[in-house]
Design a protein around this ligand. Structure first.
Ligand SMILES: Cc1cc2nc3c(=O)[nH]c(=O)nc-3n(C[C@H](O)[C@H](O)[C@H](O)COP(=O)(O)OP(=O)(O)OC[C@H]3O[C@@H](n4cnc5c(N)ncnc54)[C@H](O)[C@@H]3O)c2cc1C
Length: 492
């Protein structure tokens, strides 16, 4: 009698398991990609195949299969680490708008930016007076930023008792963290930053195509620099990354359509200097069938029925059974666990009016779709609480006013370049769709006490709206900090 398969010992295996890093063999990224690709047609072990893949052979293979026949997923095995420095936050937003890559950026929460650390757009080279106005506005924002930090530090020292045994440095750091969190609001989108990027060659090619097809000159230049430097690591796989006519034409076409149908309203929506631009959160769409759909996919996995048959039967089970299915299947979720993939069948569409600082944090969540409107000063800004409490609102407004004026003037010659003058305090509209599984991650991270207040408040409101319509779906969401209105038992 043959033994059940789970009783076979490791040594009985005819083919022994091997797991090893191919990176150790001193191969280029392109050779690694090709060694992996060749397993599709060759029986040998990866390290055996790799020995036969010279750099020339890898280049030939990639030209023929990846570029010629479109077997593009091979390029995902070649990985590039790029250090990108002194690029505007605006351009980095476009670079980071590629969800299959990893980014770590200089933080405006943990660092005070250096003096006049801003980008001057080439779009203004032919307009010296405007360029001067732009520079004066940016300098005003940076001077205001430093004055605000000093003012907030003085104010915070006055109201924050030192913790027993807290050293000078630690006390200063604690206050400085609060001050930078609030004063970063004055920094413009032109503020420079550093970002470390880890991307595979396929994603990188797409990122380059988007950048070189973009409207902003800085983004085109960044795309060219990434292409040039990326080619040092993967010369063949991003060889043809170039402008894409469709991508280049897309913003112009969308604007033309918006104008044709009367949606391109470019007037200021609020008097931003009065500071009435509070963030807004709307739950635009949610799926009233969400609970039935989630229960159906949970039951589907071990059923022989088709999905529509399961869903039809689930509809007849009644509320109590539905809740029991969802409840029992998610009760074991720990504070660091990700819900099972079944949670992806339920999704939510929200519209946020977020300040640019909050927007920059929000868009880093890669498991969602987000569609922002261009940066504008038209939706106003809100002065951060500590700045207002410190009696520094007038200083804030005085720095913002010239930047807003310069924004409208620059917009006359370049709507794209005008965006550089929008501060982190100005609001931007963004519509977004994410599923229940990602909402667990997003709500957990961004409603916690550690999250920046500019994103925490809108995310708490988004969570409230989602929980209001489908409370049962959030019963086992484990938060770091629960709001007072939480309808379920608060769990550790
Ligand atoms: C307190 C705090 C401080 C921060 N400081 C900085 C900072 O200084 N600089 C900075 O640049 N960012 C900073 N961030 C942003 C942070 O690094 C993340 O980029 C951001 O929060 C998005 O979250 P995420 O990467 O967990 O997941 P999402 O992109 O929302 O994805 C959801 C989940 O999917 C999985 N996932 C998604 N993509 C990948 C992938 N490529 N590989 C593997 N798994 C993946 C992970 O499990 C992830 O948790 C900070 C965030 C917080 C909360």
């Amino acid at each position: 009698m043959t033994e059940p398969i789970n009783k076979i010992r490791e040594s009985d295996q005819l083919y022994s398991r091997r797991v090893y890093p191919l990176d150790e063999l001193g191969l280029t990224e392109e050779q690694i990609a090709v060694a992996f690709a060749m397993t599709s047609r060759r029986p040998e072990a990866f390290d055996e195949i790799a020995k036969q893949v010279s750099e020339e052979k890898a280049a030939d293979f990639n030209e023929r299969w990846v570029l010629g026949y479109g077997h593009a997923s091979v390029a995902e095995h070649a990985v590039v680490h790029l250090a990108v420095e002194n690029v505007s936050r605006l351009a980095v937003d476009t670079l980071e708008d590629n969800r299959l890559a990893s980014y770590t950026e200089k933080s405006s929460r943990y660092q005070v930016m250096p003096e006049d650390y801003y980008y001057v757009p080439e779009e203004l080279d032919q307009h010296p007076a405007l360029k001067q106005e732009y520079e004066a506005a940016c300098q005003g924002l940076f001077q205001g930023y430093f004055k605000l930090i000093d003012g907030c530090m003085d104010y915070l020292r006055g109201i924050t008792p030192r913790i027993a045994s807290e050293r000078d440095g630690a006390y200063r750091m604690r206050l400085s963290r609060v001050a930078t969190d609030h004063c970063r609001a004055l920094l413009p989108a032109a503020t420079l930053t550093h970002v470390g990027v880890t991307a595979n060659a396929r994603t990188l090619e797409h990122a380059i195509a988007k950048l070189v097809s973009a409207e902003l000159i800085e983004e085109q230049r960044l795309g060219e620099a990434i292409r040039e430097q990326g080619r040092l690591v993967t010369p063949t796989l991003i060889k043809y990354a170039d402008k894409v006519d469709y991508l280049q034409r897309a913003p112009g076409l969308a604007l033309e359509l918006a104008r044709r149908y009367g949606f391109a309203d470019e007037e200021p929506a609020v008097d931003s200097v009065t500071g009435d631009g509070a963030p807004e959160v709307k739950l635009v769409h949610w799926d009233p069938m969400g609970e039935e759909k989630l229960a159906a996919v949970i039951l589907y996995r071990y059923s022989n029925l088709s999905y529509d048959e399961v869903l039809e039967q689930v509809k007849g089970l009644g509320t109590e059974a539905l809740q029991a299915i969802i409840d029992e299947s998610s009760a074991g979720l720990g504070p660091h666990d990700t819900p099972v993939r079944e949670f992806e069948v339920v999704d939510y569409t929200f519209e946020f009016l977020l300040d640019y600082g909050a927007y920059r944090e929000f868009k880093r969540h890669r498991m969602m779709s987000y569609l922002p409107q261009p940066l504008t000063v038209a939706h106003g800004y809100l002065i951060p609480q500590v700045v207002a409490d410190a009696g520094l609102s007038a200083l804030f407004d005085d720095a913002v006013r010239p930047a807003e004026e310069a924004y409208w003037n620059v917009k006359e010659v370049s709507p794209q370049a005008a965006q550089y003058l929008v501060t982190h305090a100005h609001n931007r509209r963004v519509v977004t769709r994410f599923n229940l599984r990602e909402s667990y991650h997003l709500f957990k991270m961004r409603t916690s006490d550690e999250a920046h207040f500019a994103i925490r408040e809108p995310m708490v409101e988004a969570m409230r709206l989602a929980v209001e319509v489908q409370p049962q779906l959030f019963r086992h969401l484990k938060l770091r900090n629960y709001p007072d209105w939480w309808p379920h038992a608060k769990q550790d």
